[in-house]
Unconditional design. Structure first.
Lengths: 204, 340
């Protein structure tokens, strides 16, 4: 009897919250996805990547705001891959950091989440104002061979590359790992996605 | 009536302040999250329950903003608010408003930041983890008595270390200043490098003992202030699908020597990375010199991310020992929505 009463109370409470939830969702803007990759420590990261900078501006831009479904499809075409229906949805707001020296824009920083073999990885790129890579590092990588991927001997090989190099498939960088080729391929996909988003949502 | 008036006065000042910030003539990037938290379970002691520790059924939101001018970002504001229902309280005390993050952080340049409002004290794992919605928590509540407090904070980002200091009221969720209560904290941390992060923390204060999570109506004060001194260590390490977390705190509560520790392992299923499993042991010794003075809990949890907005969590929590007896074991289930 007590169990039934408890269940009834619980169900009544849950149903009230469900009603309130729908009222809340319908009464306001449509719900969007959680925000994409952000820098853990923008002040430190910006200063390390752009020592000459005096400040930075943060923007949150989603594909939905920037161009909607046509842009979403365009990005998939350029990427030559489908965007993930859970983590790479049209309404994910991406964080873009515009790097300033006084009022002058001197570069950009942008990070993306990318699914790896054992968990997500966060790939951070800093570029000049044309979108050419100045620096690349992993803010997070769930790999037993993380040290090999995070090594500057590997990440520095991407310096100087641009989106065009990825589109022309002119990336002559070898896998630094022994048994994590999927993470290497995920890194290339993530970097390509990063540059596409930077080009389509920000630099353009 | 006086209590309501006092609360409303403080709340009104708060809202006016935030309203002013939001209408300033600067550009602002804004993220507005809606939140629904449904939680319940069954325990050996209380049978059907609609809460776990500080997590109750609630509706809420988070308003996160960055203000900038031609020279860059200069201000960040964050307001997390919940209307919560505590099923274990009487009907006239069950509903309440909880203010979690409520701060304005000014960027002073050269890696320095000044923060005002309600935020994490600078101690242990709590400032670097997001436990706002999780069933498994850090040592913070057992250690200090609450997770967030009102006051002012100052952060410096140096080349090799971060310094995070705060001076707060020592009252937790509600705004009180009684018996000269205060809380001062300092955390010195190494930034995340090669998937490893660690910190050293210090704490000193006269802390009010409050009961409850509500900001309005204010949580009740129970007993006098406790003088607390602490030193703590914390660390996180990511290796493949495993995330290891650990923290410890040692010090005094008045004349009692206290010690707390936490070890947690999170495992992400490689084949289905929407699923994560957690195993945690957490213990707080209220008096090292006394026998059986510890509150020790073993927790096993699973979380499943349905999509970017919705997470289902479940946990089995077993009290290995409680100083005041009445050990419990319970199963908890949570539906959590957070979306823009």
């Amino acid at each position: 009897m007590k169990i039934i009463k408890g269940l009834c109370n619980f169900t009544s409470l849950v149903s009230r919250f469900i009603v309130l939830f729908y009222l809340m969702v319908l009464s306001g803007p449509l719900a969007y996805a959680a925000v994409g990759c952000q820098l853990n420590d923008p002040d430190r990261d910006v200063k390390q990547l752009f020592p000459q900078s005096t400040g930075y501006k943060t923007d949150f831009i989603s594909i939905k705001e920037a161009g909607g479904l046509p842009l979403y499809k365009k990005i998939e075409t350029i990427l030559a891959d489908k965007l993930d229906s859970i983590y790479e949805t049209i309404d994910v707001p991406y964080s873009f950091y515009t790097i300033l020296k006084g009022k002058e824009i001197i570069g950009y920083i942008h990070g993306v989440n990318q699914k790896g073999m054992f968990g997500g990885m966060q790939l951070i790129l800093s570029t000049d104002i044309t979108g050419k890579i100045i620096n690349f590092y992993y803010q997070k990588i769930s790999s037993p061979e993380a040290a090999r991927f995070m090594d500057n001997n590997f990440t520095n090989k991407f310096i100087g590359l641009s989106l065009e190099d990825f589109l022309k498939r002119e990336i002559y960088i070898t896998d630094p790992s022994k048994d994590s080729n999927d993470d290497f391929k995920a890194t290339l996909r993530g970097l390509k996605k990063n540059l596409i988003l930077l080009h389509e949502l920000k630099v353009k | 009536m006086k209590i309501i008036k006092n609360n409303m006065k403080i709340f009104s000042i708060f809202l006016v302040f935030f309203g002013m910030l939001m209408t300033l003539a600067f550009s602002a990037e804004n993220l507005f999250y809606k939140e629904v938290n449904l939680i319940g379970g069954y325990g050996h002691n209380n049978k059907w329950i609609g809460k776990d520790q500080e997590l109750t059924n609630s509706l809420g939101f988070e308003d996160y903003r960055k203000f900038s001018n031609d020279y860059g970002d200069f201000l960040t504001t964050d307001l997390q608010l919940r209307v919560a229902y505590d099923s274990l309280e009487n009907s006239h005390k069950a509903w309440g408003v909880q203010i979690h993050n409520a701060f304005a952080q000014f960027n002073l340049g050269s890696g320095k930041k000044l923060k005002f409002g309600h935020f994490d004290p600078g101690f242990g794992l709590e400032p670097v983890l997001d436990t706002h919605a999780t069933i498994l928590q850090t040592l913070m509540s057992r250690n200090i008595g609450f997770k967030k407090d009102w006051g002012v904070g100052f952060k410096v980002i140096a080349p090799w270390f971060d310094f995070d200091a705060a001076l707060q009221l020592g009252s937790g969720m509600s705004i009180y200043r009684r018996d000269n209560s205060f809380l001062s904290t300092l955390r010195i941390s190494k930034p995340n490098n090669n998937n490893l992060q660690y910190g050293l923390s210090f704490m000193y204060g006269d802390i009010l003992q409050t009961m409850g999570m509500n900001t309005f109506p204010r949580a009740d004060i129970i007993g006098k202030t406790i003088s607390k001194k602490r030193v703590g260590l914390d660390s996180q390490y990511l290796y493949g699908p495993f995330l290891f977390k650990a923290e410890t705190a040692y010090g005094n509560d008045d004349h009692d020597e206290v010690l707390g520790y936490l070890f947690e392992t999170d495992y992400t299923l490689p084949k289905n990375q929407n699923i994560e499993m957690q195993l945690q042991i957490q213990s707080w010794l209220h008096d090292i010199k006394a026998k059986k003075s510890d509150d020790t809990t073993l927790s096993v949890g699973i979380s499943y991310k349905i999509n970017q907005n919705i997470t289902i969590r479940t946990a089995f929590i077993h009290d290995l020992n409680l100083m005041e007896g009445n050990e419990d074991h319970k199963g908890i289930m949570q539906f959590y929505f957070s979306g823009l």
